[in-house]
Design a protein around this ligand. Structure first.
Ligand SMILES: Nc1nc2c(ncn2[C@@H]2O[C@H](COP(=O)(O)OP(=O)(O)OP(=O)(O)O)[C@@H](O)[C@H]2O)c(=O)[nH]1
Ligand SMILES: [Mg+2]
Length: 689
């Protein structure tokens, strides 16, 4: 069997024709305002490239690339079977795009990259497998749950996890045969995909007892156990701009094996849609979800309560569900003022395909009852009504709004700052080049001195940033450590207190919420200090750079240079990972009953919690802090890249040619255009602010 045999011939590489694209557009039209601003920005840049010299054109090109690269991402997380995958299919107007069914359950973070295009077609897929080391870690330790059980000394639990993992391993080795070992660490790329292909890589699905080899190769989920990530690429006719939509496994994933991966997916997306099931809302088993969203800002979460078609009377029950969700969030100190939307992926999919009449009777009745309640101002068809009540257009609008004033605004602002600097550079060049050209004199700027000055500023700015970061980071480490110790002492103290009051027989448990809150506020403090320091350094850098230009050009009013905005610091989602104290399972009881004597309890408890929480601490000090440092460096480098483009551009014209002279003669007209561009850029920035 070769790889080609494994790849089924594409069945549905293009979207089914029957989809009502008008409905889809109503959802995506929410992006109108943001798109308008992107277009203004592009126009201003085109104009700037037109007026300026080669260096300005290069700078404008770079900024246009930055606009092209804006790909806001949205991660869907939520309860198992809440309908995450179905919602994504409905939002993209492509029923059956991702396998959503009773059986195939998503086991891999799947990123769908949408690119606006005339037609909607699948244009590529990229699947990565775990490497040998990652796989060994999963299997040996059985993921987090196994690690945790082994640390707690819960032998029986550990055995159970081991057996389960062993079975899983045998299963996947059986599925993949001799090629199993070979596949680890590899990746598979395809120039298109269909549902069958995706199923093989991302859905665990049912086990199959079949011995038939052919059936085994055809079976879904063949690679799912060892797939680490999936990226799917789609040209999309209604997509208003490039978007990345991430589907994730339900959070109570077996053995918490992939918890880290889901946490990573949330960190990489600014915006999260938390999908809940209407008849489950937020139940007590969803602490892991609550932990996850607790570390994200309320503005960056949208809750979508799906499956309202299964409620007997959605119109009246929705209010109760909303209240209960808010109460739960409040009780667990999670952000309360989160936007909550309601809807049904099933209604959405039926509306899109014009099959509302085929809905099950109960579902259709619920739709009718809800429609009676909704204020209907215009006569809508049943299809339009179902689409509207599916909550999908409203969800799209909410997503668009959050992107427009969140990640999108930041990306656009970065471009606008670059454009403002570019425009000022062009102005400054003209102020110098113009008059000297008119007088037939060579450019009277000491380029070498200017370059030396810029080099000096760059070196000192880099050093200042590095030093400040080191200082804040050391402080951060100390504070984290202090928080960690104080939690450990408090928890152990509480344990001893319990033992003294109630003796050893009464099982006790301790909430780790306090630790997370301590860590979170330490991270917030670190973030705000780093931001403030970086802002000051960037401002001083811009000021010195402006002064250097002023001197070089002998300009009386100098030049104003826009400082870069410090990068956003992503939320420390690592804090959400499950630790032993979160799991109030049987193993805890057994751990408890096996211990004798206060000393044994206290010491072992301290050690276990220490071992459990240390990885979290490491991740904050390593991954989180180093990411912050990289982002800071990158921002500063970007700023200097712009400056060098400008200065090196100047250096390229030591003597003025007649073309420059011609350019210089159009100075008046150019200045007017420049002022227009500058004011457009300023307006975009003001709108954004
Ligand atoms: N009645 C009803 N069923 C739904 C709705 N959304 C999804 N389903 C069904 O619920 C089942 C699970 O849907 P999925 O979209 O796979 O759910 P998921 O959240 O991606 O599930 P996992 O990936 O396993 O966590 C499927 O049979 C869907 O048809 C809905 O709004 N109403
Ligand atoms: Mg799914």
């Amino acid at each position: 069997v070769t790889l080609d045999d494994i790849v089924a011939s594409p069945l549905e590489a293009a979207r089914p024709d029957a989809v009502n694209t008008e409905l889809l557009r109503t959802g995506f039209s929410g992006f109108g305002g943001f798109l308008g601003r992107l277009k203004q920005m592009r126009d201003a840049l085109a104009d700037l490239a037109d007026i300026g010299d080669a260096a300005a054109t290069k700078g404008a090109d770079r900024l246009v690339h930055q606009i092209d690269a804006i790909e806001p991402s949205i991660t869907f997380i939520g309860q198992v079977k809440a309908g995450k995958t179905s919602l994504i299919n409905a939002m993209l107007g492509w029923p059956g795009l991702l396998p959503a069914d009773v059986n195939p359950w998503t086991s891999v973070v799947t990123s769908i990259h949408l690119a606006p295009a005339p037609d909607t077609v699948a244009t590529g897929a990229h699947f990565r497998f775990f490497d040998r080391e990652e796989w060994a870690r999963l299997v040996e330790k059985g993921g987090r749950l196994g690690e945790l059980a082994s640390r707690a000394g819960a032998q029986e639990e550990l055995e159970k996890v081991r057996r389960q993992v062993e079975r899983m391993r045998e299963k996947s080795q059986g599925r993949l045969g001799r090629r199993f070992e070979m596949l680890l660490g590899q990746d598979h790329r395809y120039s298109t995909f269909d549902r069958n292909l995706v199923e093989r890589y991302v859905c665990l699905g049912d086990e199959f007892e079949d011995d038939d080899t052919a059936a085994r190769f055809e079976a879904k989920g063949r690679f799912a156990d060892i797939t680490k990530s999936a990226d799917l690429f789609i040209d999309h006719a209604e997509a208003p701009l490039p978007l990345c939509i991430r589907d994730t496994p339900g959070v109570n994933d077996t053995f918490l094996m992939r918890e880290q991966i889901t946490i990573g997916a949330i960190r990489d997306s600014r915006l999260c849609v938390l999908v809940l099931s209407a008849h489950q809302a937020l139940s007590s088993v969803d602490m892991a979800l609550i932990r996850l969203i607790s570390n994200v800002k309320a503005r960056d979460i949208i809750i979508f309560v799906n499956r309202i078609d299964e409620l007997s009377d959605p119109a009246s029950q929705i209010g109760e569900i909303r209240d209960s969700i808010r109460a739960t969030l409040k009780r667990h100190k999670a952000p309360e003022d989160v936007l909550i939307h309601f809807g049904s992926a099933v209604w959405g999919l039926h509306a899109l395909t014009g099959r509302v009449a085929d809905l099950p009777a109960a579902s259709r009745a619920a739709l009718a009852r809800m429609a009676d309640n909704a204020a209907r101002t215009v006569l809508e068809t049943e299809t339009e009504l179902a689409w509207s009540l599916s909550g999908l257009p409203a969800l799209c609008w909410a997503i668009a709004e959050r992107i427009e004033d969140g990640a999108g605004r930041e990306a656009l602002d970065r471009v606008a700052r670059g454009a403002a600097n570019l425009a000022r550079g062009v102005t400054a060049t003209q102020a110098v080049v113009g008059p000297s050209a008119a007088m037939g004199r060579p450019l009277a700027v000491d380029i070498a001195a200017l370059q030396a000055a810029l080099k000096d500023i760059e070196a000192r700015a880099g050093l200042a940033l590095e030093r400040t970061f080191e200082m804040q980071n050391a402080e951060f480490a100390t504070r984290l450590d202090r928080a960690h110790r104080s939690f450990l002492n408090r928890a152990t103290g509480a344990l001893i207190d319990h033992l003294e009051k109630h003796g050893e027989r009464a099982v006790w448990s301790y909430e780790p919420t306090g630790l997370r809150m301590l860590f979170r506020s330490t991270c917030q403090l670190f973030a705000s200090r780093v931001q403030a320091d970086a802002r000051a350094i960037f401002a001083a850098t811009a000021e010195e750079t402006a002064a250097a230009y002023g001197r070089a050009f002998a300009l009386s009013d100098g030049v104003a240079i826009e400082a870069p905005e410090p990068p956003r610091i992503s939320p420390p989602v690592a804090i959400a990972q499950t630790i032993a104290l979160d799991i109030k399972g049987t193993w805890w009881r057994r751990w408890w009953l096996r211990r004798r004597g206060y000393r044994a309890f206290a010491i072992e408890f301290y050690q276990m919690i220490m071992a459990e929480t240390s990885p979290m601490l490491d991740q904050l000090q390593q991954d989180h802090a180093l990411r912050v440092r990289d982002d800071l460096r990158q921002t500063l480098n970007g700023f200097f890249q712009e400056q060098w483009e400008f200065v090196l551009g100047l250096a390229e014209k030591p003597d003025l040619s007649s073309a420059d002279l011609g350019n210089a003669l159009g100075l008046e007209e150019r200045s007017a255009r420049l002022r227009r561009i500058e004011s457009t850029v300023a307006m975009i920035r003001q709108d954004a602010a």
